[in-house]
Design a protein around this ligand. Structure first.
Ligand code: NAD
Length: 365
């Protein structure tokens, strides 16, 4: 067997262990090292997931010449520093969402990947859900016709204790935003990606409120209206104030049919021709979606928990994204979610914040 690709995970808090678990499920990947600046965190996670080396700083992790890929699992406003340093140290990088908290920082990451020739991928694991892949295929193949309406709701619940649990949570500088930038970014990305073959988001009108939590700078309720280049319109509602959490719902209406995803499961794919599918399996067969074993496994318990529990990672799609990234390394191609793809939802969300502040619609370049 070829040498396994060696991973180092930077940040062993909430999401770092998910990266460790995903790496351990992949035959040609090896969890080689973990790092965290908080004493004990890296040791606990490293021991649990069998990492060979444990570091107390990002610098020590990056100085390890035996690491091929670094996973950036630090707070959002630190992603750029970690990713750029890792790329410049000669590592490929998988960076958690959101890519960064400003477009300048995203652009600096993209430039660093270009200059070093190393691969960069930004986590948006729900693009790899079987339901997302099937609906994408139905849109891109033209089966749904011309998309006229695309809407999504992320009606989640986070306690005050969640925001109080880390200095960076709920701050503009390190979280980059609230219900939209932290929790909603997954859905903003999947919605814009699903429609992107027919038209990108061209304008955003946003309204935001900090309505149900204290001691946070950012929004916990947001509603956006979107316009797409093909003339379609859409909306996204994202909140962490919807007690006690409802499944994410994405609905796409085309001139030839309707697709609905709920809690990352396919709920409905129905065409005017009379075809109708209520499960991923049936629809995948009918649409011949080639998933090659990378579409993510569903777990209803995890989907439900993520609506109200920040510790529950929604679905099992990190592994699928890691497999896509390894394929890009082995075949020297682009991962599905490269730097520019990771930047797209950040651009929409930042436009929504500008819109909400100014009370006007904002055009995207
Ligand atoms: N994809 C998903 O579903 C998902 C889920 C949760 C969080 N996230 C993202 O992951 C990121 C981290 O979130 P979290 O909930 O794990 O945060 P967290 O605060 O629980 O963990 C962050 C960890 O990074 C460590 N850290 C900080 N600076 C460091 C440095 N210089 N070197 C090494 N370690 C350092 C901290 O000590 C902490 O343990 C955020 O950007 C968040 O948006 C993604």
């Amino acid at each position: 067997m070829a040498k396994r690709v060696r991973f180092g995970v930077m940040g062993c808090g909430g999401i770092g262990p998910t990266h460790c678990g995903a790496i351990n499920q992949i035959a040609d990947a090896e969890l080689f090292a973990v790092a965290d600046i908080l004493p004990g965190k890296a040791e606990t996670v490293g021991r649990k997931y069998d990492a060979e080396r444990i570091y107390g700083s990002a610098e020590d992790l990056l100085a390890d010449s035996e690491i091929d890929v670094v996973c950036i699992c630090t707070p959002s406003g630190m992603h750029g520093d970690g990713a750029i340093a890792a790329l410049q140290a000669g590592k490929h990088v998988i960076c958690e969402k959101p890519m960064e908290v400003s477009l300048d920082r995203c652009d600096a990451m993209i430039r660093a990947a270009q200059h070093t020739g190393k691969k960069l991928s930004i986590i948006s694991q729900h693009r790899f859900d079987a339901a997302s892949q099937i609906v994408k295929e139905a849109i891109d193949s033209g089966k749904l016709g011309r998309i006229v309406l695309a809407d999504a709701t992320v009606k989640w619940w986070r306690t005050q204790g969640y925001y109080d649990s880390g200095d960076w949570r709920g701050t503009w500088e390190m979280d980059g935003g609230g219900a939209l930038m932290n929790q909603g970014v997954h859905t903003v990305d999947v919605l814009q990606w699903l429609v992107s073959g027919q038209g990108k988001v061209t304008s955003v009108y946003g309204q935001t409120r900090t309505a149900a939590h204290e001691r946070i700078e950012v929004e916990d309720v947001a509603v956006l209206n979107l316009t797409f280049a093909n003339g379609a319109i859409g909306s996204i509602t994202a909140t962490t104030a919807a007690w006690d959490g409802k499944p994410v719902r994405i609905s796409i209406y085309g001139t030839e049919g309707t697709a609905i995803i709920e809690g990352d499961r396919l709920r409905l794919l129905k065409f005017k021709s009379g075809e109708e599918y209520a499960t991923e399996t049936a629809a995948a067969h009918a649409l011949s979606v080639a998933k090659g074993g990378t579409a993510s496994v569903k777990d209803d318990t995890l989907i439900r928990a993520a609506e109200s529990d920040p510790g529950a990672v929604w679905g099992d799609a990190h592994r699928a994204q890691f497999e896509d990234f390894l394929k890009a390394i082995h075949e020297d191609t682009s991962p599905l979610i490269d730097g520019p793809a990771g930047r797209a939802p950040v651009e929409i969300i930042l436009a929504a914040y500008r819109s909400a502040n100014a009370g006007i619609s904002v055009n995207l370049s």
